[in-house]
Design a protein around this ligand. Sequence first.
Ligand code: ADP
Ligand code: MG
Length: 223
Amino acid sequence: MQIQVKDISKIYGMGESEVVALNHASMTIAAGDFISIMGPSGSGKSTLLHLISGLDWPSFGKVLYDDTDIHHGNDKTLSAFRRRKIGFIFQQFNLLPVLTARENIMMPLLLDKKQPDKAYLQELSSLLGLEERLSHLPHELSGGQQQRVAIARALIAKPDIIFADEPTGNLDSKSGGEVMKMLCDIRNKMNKTLVIITHDARIAQMAERRFKIIDGELSEVTA
Ligand code: ADP
Ligand code: MG
């Protein structure tokens, strides 16, 4: 699936309190691309990712997945589309504290009334080193393990595209490095499109295409 981001802007607030978080951003993401986006805090990185992934609506412009304008339909159509096609990894993991690792991973399937694929869960757990941790609650896991659970959750519905918003931002450099290595290995093995936001130049360098964003202005910097 190809994603075309066409001249999107996001303006928060009105009048005196108006903030232009994203200013006429355009990019084309081909199937299988590995893209990193770097930028200082407050530059519009999360806003961009939320618009591309359908978590939020642009003020102007549009986002096409192949020929479908994802912001055209209603809320329900968009959430169903997101659950099936897109995996999202957050800086704060966003695991449900009362559910075990296994239950957290399965959540997107439950929401879609789909049957879990046991062999696939087994494969993901093994690739992410989680086999012995599936019955644990999030607070019984380290930060790196929690993020690996969140990665499995992002992948369980077999989406084509993974978006990650500073996935190592809450981790120390060792567990952050492990998480990134696993994410890259899985992306290679399963042929996913991966778009990752990061503060870390070493992580940005791992991507095949690199973008920067400053004050809401997006540009490609791939050498
Ligand atoms: P980043 O992820 O690069 O740190 P964000 O995309 O979160 O940046 O934010 C970009 C700008 O938009 C910032 O100035 C931020 O304060 C502002 N912003 C983000 N979300 C909102 C919101 N819901 N309401 C008002 N302003 C917002
Ligand atoms: Mg952010």
